[in-house]
Design a protein around this ligand. Structure first.
Ligand code: KG4
Ligand code: ZN
Length: 339
């Protein structure tokens, strides 16, 4: 069978990324231009700055993705691009670029869902992984527990009612003075802290056993910090980080175990930026082993926003015959499963 080469583009938040992916699972190049340094001084992503930087970066990033894969646009069978969810101005840069290339060259266009991309990151390094499986997608913008029934077919079991897991990490990190982005920093300092030092709540959403809620936990951390300050007590940042992280990881692990038990699925995968978290990887690995369930996780570079995952998801849409028209638009609140 002829190889299928896809040029993938991702610009939904603060990473401008392009990749060339062969047959959905082989990454020929994966270029990521991160804007983190630019947004750090503001303590978070500034949408207008993100859009402007994407505009500056997108052409060089695509050129580099093609040249380091040693291919040209003529070799491409399709162009896959993230069209939602994300920041509208940021998404529009990638979508407009992909449409322009597609229109100029006649290469078919495929709009890809960002979360579907995160899930599909698991296909790249795990050549044997095929649906059905359960996937926990935890990032800065989303927390979803999903049944992956088939390629591109999902059943959402649970989602966050308020903050996403990564958002909680970022907010708590800011409160304890670690800065942005908080997830990797909490992960690092938590290694020298005591996860049982402070008892933070494990929130349950009544009536929706798979849903998450992290805003109560975030408030509990802020209250704890305030009360220490009032009492003149010294805050041990490492202990706060470790105890907060344990509270998040416990809830994510518990829900994941319930999902594999109740679904009877024998495979479980992590995805999204928070899937890089070392405590989460360890806890889920242990729990899934005890359940007799195979555990999959992308390397950290494929957990963070990247275009290789968009190429993987785009490939499965492509072979199903899915194509987007030139009316493809950015959809900031796109739901998983919508087209
Ligand atoms: O998937 P991603 O790169 O972007 C979104 O689609 O949101 O996720 C970024 C999020 C940020 O909130 C960041 O703090 C978090 O992932 N993150 C982590 C770790 N690495 C990144 N959270 C916890 N532990 C980590 N090691
Ligand atoms: Zn993401």
């Amino acid at each position: 069978m002829k190889d299928i080469l896809i040029l993938a583009i991702e610009s939904s938040c603060d990473e401008t990324a392009a990749a060339v992916v062969k047959n959905g699972r082989e990454v020929l190049s994966n270029v990521i231009s991160s804007q983190i340094d630019l947004h750090t001084i503001y303590g978070g992503v500034v949408p207008e700055i993100a859009s402007r930087k994407h505009t500056e970066n997108i052409n060089p990033v695509i050129r580099e993705a093609l040249s380091s894969a040693n291919v040209t646009l003529k070799d491409m069978d399709a162009i896959a691009v993230t069209y939602g969810p994300g920041l509208v101005g940021a998404l529009l840069v990638g979508v407009s670029e992909a449409k322009a290339i597609s229109f100029a060259t006649g290469i078919p266009l495929i709009g890809v869902h960002h979360i579907e991309g995160h899930i599909s990151a698991n296909y790249i390094e795990n050549k044997d992984l095929e649906p059905p499986f359960v996937c926990l997608v935890v990032s800065g913008g989303h927390s979803h527990l999903v049944k992956v029934l088939d390629y591109g077919e999902y059943e959402i079991l649970g989602r966050t009612r308020d903050d996403a897991a990564g958002e909680a990490f970022d907010k708590v990190a800011r409160a304890i003075g670690l800065g942005y982005p908080g997830g990797p920093k909490i992960d690092k300092v938590a290694k020298s802290g005591n996860p049982d030092a402070i008892s933070f709540p494990r929130a349950k959403v009544v009536g929706s056993e798979y849903d998450f809620s992290f805003s109560g936990l975030k408030s509990a951390v802020l209250n704890y910090l305030n009360s220490c300050e009032m009492k003149g007590e010294q805050i041990v940042v490492e202990d706060v980080a470790a105890s907060f992280q344990k509270a998040v990881v416990d809830v994510l692990t518990e829900h994941s175990v319930r999902a594999v038990r109740e679904s009877g699925m024998k495979k479980f995968a992590l995805a999204g930026g928070v899937a890089s978290n070392s405590a989460l990887r360890e806890s889920v690995a242990k729990a899934m082993e005890a359940e007799g369930v195979s555990f999959y996780k992308p390397s950290p570079i494929l957990c963070t926003d990247n275009a290789a995952m968009i190429g993987a998801a785009g490939y499965y849409e492509f072979i199903k015959g899915q194509r987007s028209g030139y009316d493809l638009n950015a959809v900031p609140a796109l739901k998983l499963g919508d087209r």
